[in-house]
Ligand binder design. Structure first.
Ligand SMILES: [Zn+2]
Ligand SMILES: [Zn+2]
Length: 348
């Protein structure tokens, strides 16, 4: 009889419960990891609230910190050992398509949040479980920080990807719109690239946090005109890079007002509800403006994010708003969907 484990399963909109299932066994080229902590991303919150449509039953969780408990017979023992602390990521890439093969697995053609991972009882990313069977391709070592802090490495990896896609240069004036966890991570990473960062958010408390994380200027668009303030701060030159981290389509029109000649607008967030926005192609042409979409992260981003967090270059502690035990998974989701937290983390 095989050993058992618990996994948290979405059974319907607004419904999540612990289910007992068989614990997978390490074999072949896969390792068995014990999950220590998993953070609840906006993506899982949208599954809970029914905005993201999935087929139930479904297992969420992709911001995962774990340690290796067993290695399959073909896993490279020079690289991996029982006890290694790892984050689990990049599990949904096919690693076969043109985009994966050419170093852009974050944009895999077969990216599928609802894949059925080996060893799991249902579809989904699997992190809200006690154990997972993981390919070494999807494990990234971390150390020196707690599993709760390490669970935030996945969001860091996505922002590493975004900031690199924008090619932020030393001396750039960068505008970050939105001071949720993703906006704040952009503030931290863009400042470390040598940029001077302006942040915009309607929440005064979050503007203060942004300042403590390296933002040079804060703008509250409820109280002042964002475009005018950016003109003032940059002495009429405007921003070289704008990261829009809000899900609101019309915000990109504010970004049009704030971007400098040869500037870049990075669309970081998914947009809810889906909506079209008009733009002037003649303006984009004559000012040499670039619009860039970015989503997810690849192996290279994960390796670097894991190192940045392990070495304390990025401190993820401020983003851990609450920690719950797995038995309280429903309460954890109820709290996370209030929208006033950075990350709610669940211990498994
Ligand atoms: Zn996430
Ligand atoms: Zn692919």
């Amino acid at each position: 009889m095989s050993e058992k484990m618990k996994t948290a399963v979405f059974t319907d909109i607004g419904q999540i419960e612990l289910e007992e299932c068989n614990r997978p066994e390490a074999k072949g080229n896969k390792a068995l990891v014990k999950i220590d902590a998993c953070a609840i991303c906006t993506w899982e919150q949208r599954v809970y609230t029914g905005v993201n449509k999935v087929e139930f039953p479904f297992i969420g969780g992709h911001e995962i910190a774990a340690h290796i408990v067993a290695l399959g017979e073909n896993v490279n023992k020079e690289e991996w050992a029982v006890g290694d602390k790892v984050v689990v990521g990049a599990t949904l890439q096919c690693r076969n398509c043109f985009f994966c093969k050419s170093g852009n697995s974050q944009s895999c053609d077969h990216f599928n949040h609802s894949a059925h991972l080996e060893g799991m009882p249902h579809k989904g990313m699997g992190g809200l479980s006690e154990y997972m069977l993981v390919s070494p391709d999807c494990m990234f070592k971390y150390d020196k920080v707690t599993p709760q802090e390490a669970a935030i490495i996945e969001p860091v990896s996505c922002v590493v990807h975004s900031v690199e896609a924008a090619q932020v240069q030393m001396g750039d004036m960068v505008l970050v719109i939105g001071c949720g966890i993703m906006g704040l991570l952009h503030v931290e990473i863009a400042s470390r690239q040598g940029a001077s960062v302006i942040v915009s958010d309607v929440n005064e408390e979050r503007l203060k946090i942004a300042k403590s994380m390296g933002a040079k200027y804060t703008v509250n668009p409820k109280k002042e005109n964002l475009a005018e303030r950016v003109m003032e701060i940059t002495k009429g030159i405007k921003a070289q890079v704008i990261f829009d981290t809000t899900p609101i389509a019309s915000v990109v029109e504010d970004a049009f007002q704030c971007v400098s000649n040869t500037g870049k607008i990075v669309l970081y967030s998914s947009i809810h509800p889906a909506k079209k926005v008009p733009f002037d192609p003649g303006w984009m042409h004559s000012k040499s403006i670039q619009m860039i979409g970015t989503a997810n992260s690849n192996d290279r981003d994960f390796v670097r994010a894991a190192r940045m967090v392990s070495e304390g270059v990025i401190d993820t502690k401020p983003f851990i708003s609450e920690v719950y035990e797995k038995e309280d998974i429903k309460a954890a989701f109820e709290s996370a969907v209030q929208g006033d937290k950075f990350r709610v983390v669940v211990n498994f």
